[in-house]
Design a protein around this ligand. Structure first.
Ligand code: AMP
Ligand code: ZN
Ligand code: FE
Ligand code: FE
Length: 286
């Protein structure tokens, strides 16, 4: 089998499997390579790389950085990072600090709305890694305040919900520059979440990101309709961006998502990894 997955989360952010469990699962599913792309953190990468050696599966050190963008959200993926980079670790601490300040604010808003929920419960739900809104959603489900994970976002903590609190994000050029400075290749995740108003608008955003060093576009993704996939494929071709694809696997948090399955039976093969690898390190050249 020639299947790779270039977008996966572990307990280092909001996935339910540890990096080692994730690699073991990918191996059991017959994948050939896996990129660990936790939100705003590289804390899971050393364990994932070690597990890759243990289970004989190629692990690509990655990240998914939330960047500043209105009205939707912009997530920048990074691949083939030097995960021992001190610069990367110290810049990412700014984002972790922002989360540490934001989580109690969200919990306080939920308490004001009459819900009995504590930060300690949310921290427990995170399993020791970085805490995010999905963990808050889990607690709301467990305590019966909402019937589903999705409802937690729709009624309370989604970007337009009454308990939403925004957090500090890097401007896109900074997210891209940081990935490139760490030897990585930067790509745009799930383009539809940009909430662009037209194809021209999307093209404009992509060209701007490209001028800052963006090299890839996530074309294959479970939530992309066939029409969107085709549009993104065309744009990648037109602009000279590499194509990537990933499941955005989170384990139990999103149980319908399977490793390596990119929607409508679609999978991608190792050539996608090889093309990214050929671009790695470009950002550190003079
Ligand atoms: P955070 O990083 O704490 O802001 O949480 C963001 C994560 O929450 C995203 O990566 C998604 O996994 C999840 N999320 C955000 N908005 C929604 C939504 N409307 N429905 C379901 N999950 C969402
Ligand atoms: Zn996530
Ligand atoms: Fe994302
Ligand atoms: Fe993701």
């Amino acid at each position: 089998m020639d299947i790779v997955d270039l977008h996966v989360h572990s307990t280092a952010s909001d996935g339910s499997l540890t990096p080692r469990e994730l690699v073991a699962e990918a191996k059991a599913q017959g994948l050939r390579a896996l990129a660990l792309t936790d939100h705003d953190t590289i804390d899971g990468l050393a364990e994932a790389i070690a597990a890759g050696i243990e289970f004989d599966l190629e692990v690509i050190p990655g990240i998914e950085i939330s960047a500043r963008h209105e009205p939707g959200s912009m997530h920048i993926l990074g691949y083939f990072l030097d995960y021992r980079s001190q610069l990367l670790a110290s810049r990412l601490q700014v984002l972790q600090q922002a989360r540490a300040e934001r989580n109690p604010q969200i919990v306080a808003k939920l308490q004001k709305l009459g819900m009995n929920i504590t930060l300690a419960e949310v921290a427990r739900a995170s399993g020791g890694g970085q805490v995010g809104r999905p963990h808050i959603a889990q607690v709301l489900v467990q305590k019966g305040y909402v019937a589903s994970f999705q409802e937690a976002f729709e009624r309370y903590i989604g970007n337009h919900g009454p308990a939403y609190v925004s957090k500090f994000r890097f401007p896109p050029q900074e997210a891209i520059a940081l990935i490139r400075a760490a030897g990585g290749v930067a790509g745009l995740a799930h383009p539809f979440t940009l909430e662009y108003t037209s194809v021209g608008h999307l093209r404009h955003i992509l060209e701007q990101l490209q001028s800052w060093g963006l090299a890839a576009l996530e074309v294959y993704y479970p939530e992309h309709t066939p029409e969107r996939t085709e549009l993104y494929r065309q744009l990648a071709k037109e602009l000279g961006l590499l194509m990537t694809g990933g499941s955005d696997y989170h384990g139990d948090i999103k149980p319908e998502i399977r490793l390596g399955q990119l929607g409508s039976g679609q999978t991608i093969g190792y050539e996608f990894v090889a093309r990214l690898k050929a671009q790695a390190g470009e950002g550190t050249k003079a």
